[in-house]
Every structure is written in structure tokens, then in C-alpha cells.
Design a protein around this ligand. Structure first.
Ligand SMILES: Nc1ncnc2c1ncn2[C@@H]1O[C@H](COP(=O)(O)OP(=O)(O)O)[C@@H](O)[C@H]1O
Ligand SMILES: Cc1ncc(COP(=O)(O)O)c(N)n1
Length: 294
């Protein structure tokens, strides 16, 4: 097994770092969506560009509403940054509607993001918040399956999203593998079925399946369950870390090894916030000294 570093390489002062793009919704509570992505991206040392898809009204107890952005504005944000700044990988999160999914898919196709293009695309198929509040219109599932997932370099559903997308109720390793295969059958290059709440209460096994090297690659990556109720933004943070590592040129399995370490460290550092669920916490990365350098 490849030894994967716990941290990504960073650019020296004044040098342009690796760039990524997140196409996602804003979380006013600062724990998930774009805010989770930006925190982790900055602390992993990559520059993050943003295409906002929706503005949610959200705090630690739930999402009370959202305003979706006009699809052409979402598409224009993507095009503006990719054609000027250039990116090494992109990630999708909350996409809110069919119209936004289709705008994202056709713009990504034009720009070589995902599919057979050169720029890897991580699709986190966000359907609802951890509180169960909807973040994707119910009638958008068909386009998620038929248009977005086929462009995914890797798709990263949690168990609720797997059930909605594939109809498979994941209860053990066998059904987890069947769900991953169903996601590959929809056209994703790689599928990661996150098993945060699977099999036993003391483990968090994720299953990766995809085409790697000669034939199919399967990787189960597991960690002891962290005992915390503050796991808001865990899925976004895992997908952001995958995106950053792919932008650095890691293979998908190596990117996952890095990302699992990152999100686990952020879960260990998670903190309470408000009356509900607090966020996973990448700020562990800035604890400590701040020595003057000049
Ligand atoms: N309490 C936990 N302890 C350890 N790992 C966890 C815990 N909760 C989630 N994870 C891991 O965090 C990542 C995000 O998973 P999950 O919480 O299922 O995503 P989402 O936020 O999309 O529901 C996965 O790698 C999962 O195994
Ligand atoms: C804008 C936005 N994007 C994604 C999530 C999912 O995160 P979680 O499952 O932790 O609620 C969210 N709550 N809000």
C-alpha cells in the first residue's frame, strides 16, 4: 500500500498554489457547503474558486429556506474562473434543481471537467442536510442520475443519498458493494459509498470501487468511530480533501487515503456550536505558534 502523507505540499510565499473549484451552496452557519470547503481548502494550502448555486438560511439546528441562483449565473461563474485562473480539480455539492444540474453538466463538458476531460470532478450528491431538510428538488433526481453522475470522476454519497439514487438499502458490506457497483453502472468512474453508520457503531468503513490500473480496484478504508455529535460538514470536508489531493495529481485511491485522514482529524477537533450540531473542524491546522518570518 502506498504511504500517503497526512498533509498536502504547499506553495512557497509568492508562488501560485494549486487551484480547485467548488460548485456548491452557502451555509450561513459556516459549517457545511461552500464554507466547509473553503475552510478545508485554505488549510490544505490550495486556492479555492467558487461557483455559488444557492444561498441557504441555515444554523446548527437546520435549514429554514434557500434561494437558488439563476442557472446561467452558475454556469458563468464556472466559466469565468476556469478560463482565467485554471483549476486542477472541481467538486459539486448542493445543486438545488434540475436546471442547475444541467447548466453545471453542460459547462463542465465544454471545459473538460469530469467525463473524459483532463480535470477530475468530485460529485458529492447532496440531497438533504444532516437534519433532513431538502437541498435538492425531488424532481431533480433523474438528472442527477442520468446527467451528473456519468460525468463524475468519483461520486461520494452517504447512505441516505445511496438509497435515493440507487434504491439500495445499505446494511452490510455486500449491499455496500452492490450500491457502489450500481453507481458505476450509472457512469461514474469511481464510487465511494460512505459507511459512517454501517455494520457496527464503533467503525466508519467507506468502500471505494472503480477502474484503476488493470481491471477493477476495490478499497475499503476504515477508521474507528469518533464519538462526537458535531459532524456537520463531514461529507463536504471529505469531498473537499479528495478534490485537493486530485488537483495535486494523486490517484483516486491515494486521494481517498489522504481525505479519510483529513476528515478524521477534523472530526476529532469538532466543536459544539449553537443549539444543534457543531461542525467538523479543520482549524486544528492553525493551532500553535505564529513565528514572525521577516
Ligand atoms: N463519527 C465518525 N467517526 C469517524 N468517521 C466518521 C464519523 N462520521 C462520519 N465519518 C466519516 O466522515 C466521512 C463523511 O461521512 P458522512 O458523515 O457519512 O457524510 P455526510 O456528511 O455526507 O453524511 C466518511 O469518511 C465517514 O466514514
Ligand atoms: C449548503 C449546504 N451544503 C451541504 C450541506 C450538507 O451538509 P450536512 O449533511 O452536514 O448537513 C448543507 N447542510 N448545506
Amino acid at each position: 500500500m502506498t504511504e500517503t502523507p497526512a498533509l498536502l505540499p504547499t506553495a512557497p510565499d509568492g508562488a501560485t498554489p494549486v487551484r480547485v473549484l467548488t460548485i456548491a451552496g452557502s451555509d450561513s452557519g459556516g459549517g457545511a457547503g461552500i464554507q466547509a470547503d473553503m475552510r478545508s481548502f485554505a488549510l490544505m494550502g490550495v486556492h479555492a474558486c467558487v461557483a455559488v448555486t444557492a444561498v441557504t438560511v441555515q444554523n446548527s439546528t437546520g435549514v429554514s429556506g434557500y434561494q437558488a441562483i439563476d442557472p446561467p449565473i452558475v454556469a458563468d461563474q464556472i466559466r469565468a474562473v476556469v478560463t482565467d485562473i485554471g483549476i486542477g480539480a472541481a467538486k459539486t455539492g448542493m445543486l438545488a434543481s434540475s436546471a442547475i444540474i444541467n447548466a453545471v453538466v453542460s459547462t463542465c463538458a465544454d471545459l473538460g471537467i469530469g467525463g473524459d476531460g483532463d480535470i477530475p470532478l468530485v460529485v458529492d450528491p447532496v440531497c438533504a442536510s444532516m437534519h433532513g431538510d431538502p437541498l435538492l428538488a425531488a424532481d431533480a433526481l433523474d438528472d442527477l442520475r442520468a446527467a451528473l453522475i456519468p460525468r463524475a470522476t468519483i461520486v461520494t454519497p452517504n447512505l441516505d443519498e445511496v438509497r435515493l439514487i440507487t434504491g439500495i438499502d445499505v446494511v452490510d458490506e455486500k449491499t455496500q458493494r452492490a450500491a457502489a457497483r450500481a453507481l458505476l453502472d450509472l457512469g461514474a468512474r469511481w464510487a465511494l459509498v460512505k459507511g459512517g453508520h454501517l455494520r457496527s457503531s464503533d467503525r466508519s468503513p467507506d468502500l471505494l470501487l472503480g477502474a484503476g490500473g488493470s481491471g477493477e480496484t476495490e478499497l475499503e478504508i476504515d477508521h474507528e468511530r469518533i464519538d462526537t455529535g458535531h459532524d456537520h460538514g463531514a461529507g463536504d470536508t471529505l469531498a473537499a480533501a479528495l478534490t485537493a489531493a486530485l488537483a495535486h495529481g494523486y490517484s483516486v485511491p491515494d486521494a481517498l487515503r489522504f481525505a479519510k485522514g483529513w476528515v478524521t482529524r477534523c472530526l476529532i477537533a469538532a466543536y459544539p456550536l449553537g443549539a444543534g450540531h457543531g461542525p467538523v473542524n479543520p482549524l486544528w491546522r492553525v493551532a500553535g505558534d505564529f513565528p514572525p518570518t521577516r
